[in-house]
Write a protein that binds this ligand. Structure first.
Ligand code: NAD
Length: 478
């Protein structure tokens, strides 16, 4: 079994107390890698390395072009090592290797390319003043960034944080999720190979509460915390960060609504509805886990949706034909199973799906669930979707917005005005019209309500990872 360390100050190191943890392959249910497991002392060591690299090292001072060149080299190396990285994601969390190869790994490389170029090309503001002064803006790097990531798209979501933080001249301590640690060490190795100076990208492995993760959020030496994960964890991190007033960006859970009107292109709507909730075995913050269908097409939509769900191929995630792997861990499998096994007794009727052997849950479609049922209210984070009919546009908007979450929503209609009306009325950080998952990295990404605080992407990432500064200069009269 291979071993993977923390990467701190340019060295791959074990934990100070020698502690390790196993990464379990969810398909074989066997350990496949041994990984350092850090605690508070390791977190302090990682933050000290990032602090030194920021305060005294070349990275914040080398300029956008040179930093960008190194980040593009890192993207090249990610692409050159795509097969190993994709397989790593499969072994750590069970996603189909083909999905990781087609989506997660290319997107990880493009995160570095995009933010390297965006930072280099971003304009500042010049504000000529009537008073004989001239004001302009600068965007100074914030300092040491703690990036805390979840396990559902490990490398992709880590690079979504690390790339803008580095492009804007910060140094980083990345803490990957304990269930999916390996690709972060591989990333840090590639960053050193690309020529990033020691201490610029540090990787700290370990658990969250009372451990490595919490220690990062409590550190006075950390200048920004960017977190993606559960809403409850987001609250704990916001509380910890308040001690030093450390700014936080929180990308949290979701319960995405998918609204299908009578006039929708049903082939398109069904195809996206399937991807929206069964892709990555539903372990997606953006999952379209509540589908509202106008009554004129309800029966036809449902029949096609069930047929498409039943046609999905479950199996060994390394097999290129597999469309859905197991859930990411035994603990998560038990959590998702509890929703499926809890159906009945007026809490919803399962049309297809259910718990299967291994850590698999089949694509599960539920109808007749009351508005207060757990499957309707709570983020399941698995391949489970509730479908409900509606009559009017106003009713659909009301149903879609009846959630504490507000990460994203979808609307399927051929009526242009209705598409824009409904997009405006939906309470969500992103609304997709007749599509889903399509991203422009310049666009704001984040959620309202329990789905988070702040936005990342393009200039929104710049706002978070820098200290915007106003410079006001007197122009003396001649
Ligand atoms: P999680 O909150 O359990 O863990 C996420 C990370 O936080 C892990 O690295 C964990 O070790 C760390 N952590 C846990 N407690 C901590 C603490 N007290 N202090 C510091 N760090 C701590 O989330 P998860 O189960 O890994 O991921 C699934 C969740 O992530 C879902 O709710 C999903 O919706 C959400 N998510 C959101 C987005 C988004 O962009 N909004 C994207 C992906 C996933």
């Amino acid at each position: 079994m291979s071993t993977y360390g923390h990467v701190i100050g340019g060295e791959e190191v074990p934990s100070l107390d020698g502690a390790t943890m196993a990464s379990i392959d969810p398909y074989t249910q066997q350990p496949w890698a041994e990984v350092a497991c850090g605690g508070a002392a390791d977190a302090q060591r990682a933050v000290a390395a990032a602090r030194a690299a920021f305060d005294d090292g070349p990275w914040p001072r080398m300029g956008f072009a040179e930093r960008g060149r190194l980040l593009h080299r890192l993207a090249d190396l990610i692409e050159a090592n795509a097969s190993e990285l994709a397989l790593t994601e499969t072994q750590d969390m069970g996603k189909p290797t083909a999905d990781a190869a087609q989506h997660d790994v290319p997107r990880s490389a493009s995160n570095f390319r995009f933010f390297a170029d965006h930072a280099r090309l971003a304009p500042g503001e010049a504000l000529p003043m009537d008073s004989g002064h001239h004001a302009y803006t600068r965007f100074e790097p914030a300092g040491v960034v703690a990036a805390i990531a979840p396990w559902n798209f490990p490398l992709m979501l880590e690079t979504w944080k690390v790339a803008p933080a580095l492009a804007w001249g910060n140094t980083v301590v990345l803490k990957p999720a304990e269930d999916t640690p390996v690709s972060a060490t591989l990333l840090a190795r590639l960053a050193l190979e690309a020529g990033l100076p020691p201490g610029v990208l540090n990787v700290l492995h370990g658990y969250g509460p009372d451990s490595a993760g919490a220690a990062l959020t409590e550190s006075a030496q950390v200048d920004r915390i960017t977190f993606t994960g559960e809403s409850g964890t987001g609250r704990a991190i916001a509380r910890a960060a308040s001690a030093h007033l450390t700014p936080v960006s929180l990308e949290l859970g979701g319960k995405g609504a998918n609204v299908v009107f009578d006039d929708a292109d049903l082939d398109n709507a069904v195809a996206w509805a399937v991807k929206a909730v069964f892709n990555n075995a539903g372990q997606v913050c953006l999952a379209g886990s509540r589908v509202y269908v106008q009554r004129g097409v309800y029966d036809e939509f449902l029949a096609r949706f069930v047929a498409a769900a039943e046609a999905l191929r479950l199996g060994d995630p390394k097999d290129p034909a597999t469309q859905m792997g197991p859930l990411a861990s035994e603990e998560h499998f038990r959590k998702v199973s509890s929703y499926v096994e809890g159906l009945g007794d007026g809490s919803g009727k399962m049309l297809t799906g259910g718990v299967a052997d291994g850590w698999f849950v089949r694509p599960t479609i539920v109808v007749d669930a009351p508005a207060d049922a757990r499957v309707v209210r709570e983020e399941i984070f698995g391949p489970v979707v509730v479908v409900q009919g509606f009559d009017t546009e106003a009713e659909a908007v009301g149903l879609a917005n009846d959630t504490p979450y507000g990460l994203n929503a979808m609307v399927f209609t051929q009526n242009l005005s209705r598409a824009h009306r409904v997009a405006a009325a939906l309470r969500a950080g992103t609304v997709w019209v007749n599509c889903f998952f399509i991203r422009d990295l310049r666009a704001p990404f984040g959620g309202v309500g329990d789905s988070g605080i702040g936005r990342e992407g393009g200039s929104f990432s710049r706002e978070f990872f820098t200290e915007p500064k106003a410079v006001v200069a007197q122009i003396a009269p001649g």
